[in-house]
Design a protein around this ligand. Sequence first.
Ligand SMILES: [Zn+2]
Length: 89
Amino acid sequence: MYYVPDGTRLCGFYECSECHSRFLSLMTAPSMICPACGRAVDYEIGPDEEMPELKEDAKLVKIIEGEEEVEKYDTLLSLAITGGDYEWI
Ligand SMILES: [Zn+2]
């Protein structure tokens, strides 16, 4: 498992409307701050600058239920990120 811990039975499948990254989260809120966009913002601001308001660009695509389903999505998304190099994990 790459995005969520082993044995997760319920998670949210999110897609970011800004950078189009897809990921799983233990959260199932309708929207959340995209981890990719959130990180990008952190690098660009200095310590003295005001924190820009992070937009919740990642939208819940669907809620995934069941340990097997969660594992299936986790594997698919992990492969997409690593280009199929499963050894890397
Ligand atoms: Zn994003």
